[in-house]
Design a protein around this ligand. Sequence first.
Ligand SMILES: Cc1cc2nc3c(=O)[nH]c(=O)nc-3n(C[C@H](O)[C@H](O)[C@H](O)COP(=O)(O)OP(=O)(O)OC[C@H]3O[C@@H](n4cnc5c(N)ncnc54)[C@H](O)[C@@H]3O)c2cc1C
Length: 409
Amino acid sequence: MNKQMVAIIGGAVAGSEATYQLTERGIRCVVIEQNDLPYGKIEDGLPKWHAKQRQKEMDLIDSRINHELVDFVPRTKIGKDVSFSELYGLGWSAILLANGAWKDRPFPIKEIDEFEGSGFYYQNPFVYWFNHYKESKYSGEQITITDNPIVVGGGLASIDVAKILQLELVVMALKERGISVDVVEMEHKGIQKTLDAHELTWDDLGLQGCNLLYRRDVTNMPLASIPPDATPEKEQAIRNTRQKILKKAVDKYLFRFQDHRQPVGILVENNKLVGLRMIETDVIDRKAVAVKGTEHDVRGSMIISSIGSIPEPIDGIPMQWSWYDINSEETGEVNQLERVFGMGNVVTGKGNIRISRKHAREVANYVAENHLPEAGVDVEAIQKKVKEWQTRVGYDGNYSNWANAHSRE
Ligand SMILES: Cc1cc2nc3c(=O)[nH]c(=O)nc-3n(C[C@H](O)[C@H](O)[C@H](O)COP(=O)(O)OP(=O)(O)OC[C@H]3O[C@@H](n4cnc5c(N)ncnc54)[C@H](O)[C@@H]3O)c2cc1C
């Protein structure tokens, strides 16, 4: 096994699970991570109120990367700091793409791009801001939350975005009344109960709050997945669950929700984005179909697009539409490239830790059992290159020291 060396791009849930499966078999791994630390969406996606779960997942990732058979290469983005062709040319036993889905699906109205960062925001940078803006070292984009924001989307993440907006708006409104509340505490308790405790009502705050707009109807919202072999009864039960999930979130966080509508244009006044032109929809065969003549304006002070995430294209990795060109989801095998496999969110597209981990486990074991070159690879030549990459970013090979020095507050 010492003749084998596997490159893993991205060290978060999927990458660290693959690392674990391979090192358990005695296979050396090199984990190449664009950030200082390999926590991915655990740190930058999952909203910060999941504090316990976040810590548990980060500890698990650390324990798997901090292993004698693993070389970690931080601050190295494949496709930018090291090209995919340079990586591929080193002749690894296998390359595993565990780099997640970090590109927001483009908003259907192209003209909105002009307002990105000033009135229009995509979900990934928006949640990143929410998770980190209170840290003393935060130097990223600053976002100002204003009342009557619009969220376009429909998955669990879009509910989280609506919650973030509501929580931030209520914190500000209570602050104006001299009441200080913590966002995380209010998330646990709910906005309604927090207001009750201060003998206030939603109307007292004078807020319009967030407006979540969804293109189909609530029973088609991807809030709980329907297995392909579900009986009609089971399917109906899951559709009812979706309604319950949404109702619970609306009751607890008091945001507005409108289904059956999709954007067809933007509203701009004095060079400022002031809302969206929407059209009503019918749901036919689970697809949203616009109803002619139902166009109407929905005004909003800011717009957040939460319509899904896709992998970032990397030069040299073939694409099939918005996704890497994968031969089968089961094996993660990438077409046209030898011994390159996708795993986790990069393939499943599901914003779910458990699903990412399971997929990574299955693909890593499949690769270990079926695809490692019998004769092995030139481990020394690869290690020489890896050392060069590590030196370039100032990483001395001691993961614990590095993690302590670079962990966030
Ligand atoms: C708002 C929100 C709420 C969520 N809530 C939940 C929830 O309640 N429950 C749940 O189970 N899941 C939730 N998720 C989803 C969950 O966090 C992710 O699905 C899961 O963490 C994905 O793991 P992954 O390892 O596949 O991908 P990622 O976590 O995206 O990991 C990819 C890694 O690759 C690195 N990388 C990317 N590109 C490169 C490159 N070119 N070169 C080198 N490194 C690279 C990244 O920095 C990252 O470390 C939520 C997600 C969001 C956004």
